[in-house]
Design a protein. Structure first.
Length: 161
């Protein structure tokens, strides 16, 4: 499990570094940056950061200049495979197509932009997220209630008193 977490963290870090490094490298022939007003105060920036002749990076931001969403083509196949979602300008969720087949198979939820709260992984390429890990306090439906005279153990199971 620890190895999986390290792989996920490495993948997210590399995706972010690849975008940052390409923006800092020498300009290449390719498409010029394009800004598109999507309405409602949302602006989209499209970049050909690798100079391949197609958009490989999209950034959407609100009227206050805060990031809303980023899309990145990390392997240069012309399809976006890594998606960053922001709430009030702070990273809140990352979705990744780790197999580059057009299907999201990894989702990571973050708190304060850096702390992993939850991740889900589809290991069978069937769209079902069969590996789910939650860190810290769980959000969502209330904890199960115990029958009269029973307690709930930390795993959520009824245990006799």
């Amino acid at each position: 499990m620890r190895t999986s977490l390290l792989r996920i963290a490495s993948l997210l870090l590399l995706a972010g570094l690849a975008t940052g490094l390409s923006a800092q490298s020498a300009p290449r022939a390719g498409l010029p940056d394009r800004y598109v007003d999507e309405g409602g105060g949302v602006v989209r920036l499209e970049k050909d950061s690798a100079g391949r002749g197609f958009v490989d990076y999209i950034l959407r931001f609100d009227s206050r200049g805060r990031k809303i969403e980023e899309e990145i083509d990390t392997n240069g196949d012309g399809r976006m495979d890594t998606f960053y979602y922001y709430t009030n300008g702070v990273l809140s969720r990352v979705e990744v197509d780790t197999r580059y087949n057009g299907k999201i198979d990894l989702k990571v939820w973050l708190r304060e932009g850096i702390y992993v709260e939850r991740y889900e992984r589809s290991t069978r390429d069937d769209g079902v997220f069969d590996v789910v890990k939650v860190f810290g306090p769980k959000e969502g439906p209330p904890a199960p209630s115990a029958p009269s005279g029973a307690a709930i153990d930390p795993a959520g199971r009824s245990a006799p008193r």
